[in-house]
Design a protein. Sequence first.
Length: 246
Amino acid sequence: MNFIALYDEAGQAQKAASALVDAGFRRDSVQVMREGQAPGEDQLTKQLRDWGFSEHDADVVVRAVHHGRSLVCAQVADEQAEKARGLMRQHGSRTLQDVERELGQPRGGTEDRQSGESRTLQEVEETLQVSKRQVGAGTARIHTSVTERPAEETVHLKEEHIHVERRPADRPLGPEEAAAAFRETTEEIRAVREEPVIRKEAHVTGEVVIEKQVSEHEEKVGGTVRKTEVQVDRQQQGEGEQGRSA
């Protein structure tokens, strides 16, 4: 989308252009034109017409630049249109209607000839143009947290115990037993037991899928548009009768 704004002073135009760049608009999409630095009238008119401006509006802009006003041109995305318009207005941009009134009639609009006087009045009608921009429609924040809970399991464990029992006996020892019976010896018997070993294993028990779904709907928007009508009151000299035509 192409935006233009007219300024009375070159300093205003330069500040508006700098504000657009500072606000994030591409530097190569913002241009300042003024008398002596703008393209020729025919070239500038063609450029404005290619951008979608009417022949009348293009003529007003070309005449304004020719009479010393500065022009700021910016190419912006549709969703940034309101932001660009607001920045331009903050630095004193002029409306085409005000500039046209100050400049007077367009080229070739009023001609004084020996045959009589000619005057041109314009009928202007606004049209409703609707663009789109993105605004916030809600936010979802997803948090994950860790909780703890006691967990118990039952396990069977074995444990050995050492039992010592003395038994009475009365029998003779053999020669080999007698030789070994009076040597000092130490016998060691080890008892073992089982104890639980705890380890943890993580399992996925569920999944939460987060996605955005796009839906479309039609919405009627409306506004007030203005239209100027030229009405002529005719009075015939000497008869005092009036007629009106539009």
